[in-house]
Design a protein around this ligand. Structure first.
Ligand code: NAD
Length: 421
């Protein structure tokens, strides 16, 4: 990628959207900077008795539309800049889905695989002790992200409840079911993307049996594979951090999941059933109809975007396509269903969890699926219509759609127009 901070790169999409809307300059000025990013050094006792410290952040990017919402990432390469970029994306994602939230994000600079379970629990609780005055059910609501999970959210919710002296499940989403989690959160990200593709199939020119390639075979990747396969489509290639396997005749999900469940890479299935081993980087160039990036950021770049043969890219990962690669894909006529829409099923079911916690009444799974489907289809359709009306990419349309909502809320708080004499 070219020079500049990660947030600067993300802001390119805001500038592009702003060209297609008349919004007050105050709105753009407000959305170019995080409202607050707090840094803390978390000190924990290690199992051997020593003390170790870890850098941590919580960013509340914009709270005009409601309390800020966004996950906490545990990663050795996390930085304040990355946290702000992710919080910016959350701001737009929540606006895309019309959830009553602003955007936030948090991180701890740590490799959690190097910690024991007890150390991980102490670190998770230390995070909440450091940021207890920033988060809250009406202020800032964390959730899981890369290398954090429902167990960690359970510890964090418990720590917060102890600090405030009362049960407070709505402070964090993605909790275990036994602690007020929601049904349907596990596959919500993939399910949202699945509903979107199904709803726009005619517009996207998708008919009959489709060939699907999936980059990254974790939570999002495995669930989208299952949902698309059960809808009659063929998974032709799958990758994880160790490489990829492909089979034009289709990969058997049971075999791939068995490998993952026993702690092996999908590459360990190569040779079985005629599966071919493929370099992980080559996955994006596999012959298919839908390419589903569901691994990490910046996986489709200027150097490999030309090789993409899919007709549709469904971004379940956050930021898998760089802005330079976006232009290449657009020129090739490939439709990208952008992250802030395609993977927003996750935050939408997190929102359902928060609503259920506050109601103290829990919905059956059918209701969760139906409510998710309605929102994905409503916002997906509105964004598709913006793309057609303004002759822009679906990504730009999603940003325009979100920016219009953000601008309305920011302007309702008062902009320079109020003060002009
Ligand atoms: P995960 O950790 O469960 O899975 C990630 C997968 O990516 C793993 O299989 C890993 O092996 C693979 N991977 C890592 N490096 C790779 C590489 N170089 N090439 C191919 N595969 C590689 O994570 P997840 O929860 O499935 O999240 C995946 C992406 O989806 C992330 O960008 C995340 O931010 C985004 N996302 C997830 C959710 C959610 O609810 N899980 C919601 C919104 C967005």
């Amino acid at each position: 990628m070219s020079e500049g901070s990660l947030l600067d790169h993300a802001l390119v999409r805001l500038d592009e959207a702003a060209k297609h809307l008349t919004v007050d300059a105050d709105v753009i000025e407000k959305l170019k900077f995080a409202r607050e990013t707090t840094k803390a050094r978390l000190m924990i006792r290690m199992d051997d008795g020593s003390r170790k410290s870890f850098l941590a952040w919580r960013c509340r990017y914009d709270d005009t539309r409601g309390p800020t919402k966004g996950g906490i990432r545990f990663h050795p390469e996390s930085t304040a800049d990355e946290v702000e970029m992710l919080a910016f994306w959350m701001t737009f994602k929540c606006a895309v889905m019309n959830l009553p939230y602003g955007g936030g994000k948090g991180a701890v600079q740590v490799d959690p695989r190097k910690l024991s379970k007890a150390e991980l629990e102490r670190l998770s609780r230390a995070y909440i002790q450091a940021f207890a005055s920033i988060i809250g059910p009406d202020r800032d609501i964390p959730a899981p992200d890369v290398y954090t999970n429902s167990m960690i959210m359970g510890w964090m919710a418990d720590e917060y409840s102890q600090i405030v002296g009362q049960a407070s499940p709505a402070v964090i989403t993605g909790k275990p079911l036994a602690l007020g989690g929601s049904l349907g959160r596990g596959d919500a990200t993939a399910r949202g993307g699945f509903y979107l593709v199904r709803h726009l199939a005619d517009e996207l020119g998708l008919k009959g049996n489709l060939r699907v390639a999936i980059q990254g075979f974790g939570n999002a990747g495995q669930h989208i594979a299952r949902l698309l396969a059960s809808d009659g489509h063929t998974i032709v290639a799958v990758s994880d951090s160790e490489g990829a396997v492909q089979s034009a005749k289709g990969l058997d999900l049971g075999r791939l999941l068995a490998a993952k469940d026993s702690g092996r890479s999908v590459t360990s299935t190569a040779g079985e059933g005629g599966y071919e081993l493929l370099d992980g980087n080559a996955l994006v160039g596999v012959e298919c109809d839908i390419l589903v990036p569901s691994a990490l950021e910046n996986m489709i770049r200027i150097d490999n975007a030309h090789s993409v043969k899919a007709r549709i890219v469904l971004e379940l990962a956050n930021g898998p396509v760089t802005s330079e690669a976006d232009e290449v894909l657009e020129k090739k006529g490939i439709v990208v269903l952008p992250d802030i829409l395609a993977n927003a099923g996750g935050v939408t079911v997190s929102y359902f969890e928060w609503v259920q916690n506050r109601q103290g009444y829990y919905w059956p799974i059918e209701e969760i699926h139906e409510r998710l489907r309605i929102i994905m289809e409503r916002e997906g359709r509105a964004i598709w219509d913006v793309a057609k009306a303004k002759d822009v990419s679906v990504r730009t349309a999603a940003y325009v759609h979100a920016l219009a909502r953000l601008a309305e809320a920011i302007e309702a708080h008062g902009t320079q127009n109020y003060f002009a004499s």
